[in-house]
Design a protein around this ligand. Structure first.
Ligand code: AP5
Ligand code: MG
Length: 203
């Protein structure tokens, strides 16, 4: 039984922080589209040149570009054999439909909505702006990113609830507290208790 997980949640809800911990806990690939794009920018690749301004201004990269990046990554052997955690994809309905198609043979088996209130994510992102200076953590870009989340990404919650794979997890608390809740929700939804281990798979 492998875990094929999508992590949904507002910008600043902790997808990157918890995604890294969960991927290491379960021995699965952590696939962050934001990290892939930031790396492309850092290395000056053609993709990086196309997306830099869009990201810095808090916009969304085109579905077909992001879709082809993810399709390629999910075709790599670690993701195919050990499972994966998608952090930051899908974030529009067309992306979710594309993922349904890509993963038709072995569908996503748990989608976590990491819930953190808007005021709290704004506080976290402005603290990060002071510490790390990510261009899209400016107040204007955060406003735009959060508006796009409500418009384009929040509808995915209903999409996955219909598929019967949604788990809603409270993302307020210390990183350890949130991690424990996530592991328990993943167990309840997939039957997987921990890496390689135990439990009766449900799907
Ligand atoms: P992406 O990199 O995915 O950024 P994001 O979704 O905007 O979210 P963040 O990475 O800011 O937040 P997070 O939820 O990962 O939280 P984190 O753990 O970092 O995307 C960047 C851009 O790329 C997009 O805007 C878009 O332009 C483009 N893009 C990416 N994917 C795309 C797609 N599929 N389609 C189109 N465009 C796409 O935590 C945030 C802060 O809070 C950190 O400082 C952290 O230390 C702190 N923190 C974490 N947990 C806690 C806690 N429990 N308590 C207190 N502080 C905490
Ligand atoms: Mg992130």
């Amino acid at each position: 039984m492998t875990i094929r997980l999508v992590l949904l949640g507002r910008q600043g809800s902790g997808k990157g922080t918890q995604g890294a911990r969960l991927a290491s806990h379960y021995g699965i690939a952590h696939i962050s589209t934001g990290e892939m794009l930031r790396n492309a920018i850092k290395h000056g690749t053609p993709v990086g040149k196309v997306v830099k301004d869009i990201i810095d201004n808090g916009g969304l990269v085109a579905d077909d570009l992001i879709g082809s990046l993810v399709k390629g990554r999910l075709g790599e052997s670690d993701a195919r054999t050990r499972g994966y955690l998608l952090d930051g994809f899908p974030r529009t309905l067309p992306q979710a439909q594309l993922l349904d198609d890509i993963a038709r043979a072995r569908p996503v088996n748990v989608v976590v909505d990491l819930e953190v209130p808007r005021e709290m994510v704004i506080a976290r992102l402005s603290a990060r702006l002071a510490a790390e200076h990510r261009a899209d953590d400016s107040p204007e870009a955060v406003e735009r990113r959060l508006a796009l989340y409500e418009e384009q990404t929040a509808p995915l919650i209903a999409h996955y609830r219909k598929q019967g794979v949604l788990a809603v997890v409270d993302g307020v608390g210390t990183p350890d507290e949130v991690f424990a809740r996530l592991v328990s929700a993943i167990h309840a939804t997939t039957g997987v208790a921990s890496r390689g281990g135990g439990g009766q798979p449900r799907r």
